[in-house]
Design a protein around this ligand. Structure first.
Ligand code: GDP
Length: 424
């Protein structure tokens, strides 16, 4: 059985925690898109970890962690991340890397930084991990697949051709030092030696695993609203964040994805630029930010303070629909216990008209939130394990959200730990 775990919002919904939890019952966990640009925070018996490239199943001895072909593979980063786990007493995870995954090149990171510098105030708020230049090159067909590391002659030739193009940009657009093809070749040989033991025909491996009835998780990064097609373009990421892309980025048939567990946060948070209709500011935002997540809402990759907002039912209903959510996991509900009342954004007012449909970006920029308010529950709900034991106002909040988004909320997360979960 294949299950995708994806986000309905702007990312940071708590997918890592849900994946880590569900990985217990799984055999294989696959990353299918993105790179080291976003992070998952996981708290378990080994401690607290921020994972960027490794799937959130790496903490169990029985699971295989797979980097699918859709991922932007930063090879030295992957090995640093593996080492950091081993250094902290986690048994060395079993890892497979797709031979069709493309390599995040050292110059992708440089180009990302140079472009942000060039755009200055008009930048997209990139994490400067090289993701946009990586995917641009992939689709411009000048990227490098892992498999290409093993043909030295062809690699050398392609590197010098690619350097020629890159150097024109470096010299004339960015006015930065030029690339040296020989030096890059040496770096690629180091990458090859690092990755060689893990390289695998992943789609074939997964094909066999599906036939054997193995439990497979596809772990998404970021959320629906950061998808390049269906999100808040251009303030999006560069690879699809949708469950549907899991089929492509892992190399499995789309109809094998039986379950799409869509993670929804009980309030809103976002990093980077872009319209954010239910955003709040000032002391109200500071308090939620300070109490939010586990020890505050700050980016797992950049440490940047996250933008905060009330629950947005318009964006979340759309986010669930575009994922094809079969069930929802509602997270970080425990954080909201301090509020007297909880605003929920139930409509957008655009040019004097109220809509419940999530619009395209130009209209979104003009949208003003229409709120309803529900009474708070004013207590700490951590430690509760049965749905009926939640305070009535808390259940009302959950059930109101469930009605608005139209997808069953099967899990409620009331703390950052593996066991802080209520199953419905
Ligand atoms: P991801 O990228 O979707 O995996 O999300 P992140 O890991 O970036 O952000 C989620 C944050 O919320 C992390 O710090 C988690 O430890 C924390 N978290 C997840 N679920 C809960 C929850 O139910 N309650 C609280 N308080 N924190 C949670």
């Amino acid at each position: 059985m294949v299950r995708a775990i994806v986000g309905a919002n702007w990312g940071d919904e708590g997918k890592g925690k849900i994946t880590d939890m569900l990985a217990k019952e799984s055999d294989i966990i696959v990353r299918f898109q993105g790179g080291s640009n976003a992070g998952h925070t996981i708290i378990n018996n080994y401690g607290k970890f921020a994972l960027h490239l490794l799937p959130s199943g790496v903490f169990y001895g029985h699971t295989t962690s797979v980097i699918g072909n859709g991922v932007a593979l930063n090879i030295p980063y992957l090995f640093k991340e593996i080492q950091s786990l081993v250094d902290r007493g986690v048994p060395k995870p079993k890892i497979l890397v797709s031979d069709r995954a493309q390599i995040l090149m050292p110059y992708h990171i440089l180009f990302d930084a140079y472009e942000e510098e060039r755009l200055a105030g008009k930048s997209f708020g990139s994490t400067k991990s090289g993701i946009a230049p990586f995917y641009s090159d992939k689709y411009a067909k000048i990227g490098f697949q892992v498999s290409e590391l093993f043909d030295e002659v062809a690699l050398k030739d392609k590197l010098s051709r690619v350097c020629e193009v890159k150097n024109i940009m470096l010299e004339h657009l960015y006015h930065k030092p030029l690339l040296d093809a020989d030096e890059l070749f040496q770096t690629m040989m180091e990458y090859r030696d690092m990755v060689a033991p893990y390289v695998c025909d992943v789609s074939k491996y997964l094909y066999e695993a599906i036939k054997e009835g193995k439990n497979i998780l596809l772990e998404g990064q970021l959320g629906s609203l950061k998808d390049p097609d269906h999100g808040i373009y251009p303030m999006v990421t560069s690879s699809s964040t949708l469950a549907a892309y899991g089929a492509i980025g892992a190399g499995i048939p789309p109809y094998e994805i039986k379950n799409i567990t869509t993670v929804v946060k009980a309030y809103s948070s976002a990093v980077g630029a872009g319209a954010f209709v239910s955003e709040i500011f000032g002391d109200e935002a500071d308090e939620l930010r300070r109490r939010g997540g586990d020890g505050g809402e700050f980016g797992a990759t950049t440490g940047r303070p996250r933008r905060m907002g009330w629950f947005d039912a318009v964006a979340t209903r759309y986010g669930c629909r575009i994922q094809g959510a079969t069930e929802v996991a509602l997270t970080v509900l425990d954080v909201l216990g301090y509020l007297d009342e909880l605003p929920i954004c139930i409509g957008y007012e655009i040019d004097g008209e109220v809509t419940k449909d999530f619009p395209t970006t130009a209209k979104l920029e003009k949208a003003k939130p229409v709120y309803t308010k529900l009474p708070g529950w004013k207590c700490d709900i951590r430690g509760i394990r049965k749905y009926e034991e939640l305070p009535e106002n808390c259940r009302n909040y959950i059930e109101f959200i469930e009605k608005e988004i139209g997808v069953p909320i099967k899990m409620v997360s009331n703390g950052p730990g593996r066991d802080d979960i209520i199953l419905r």
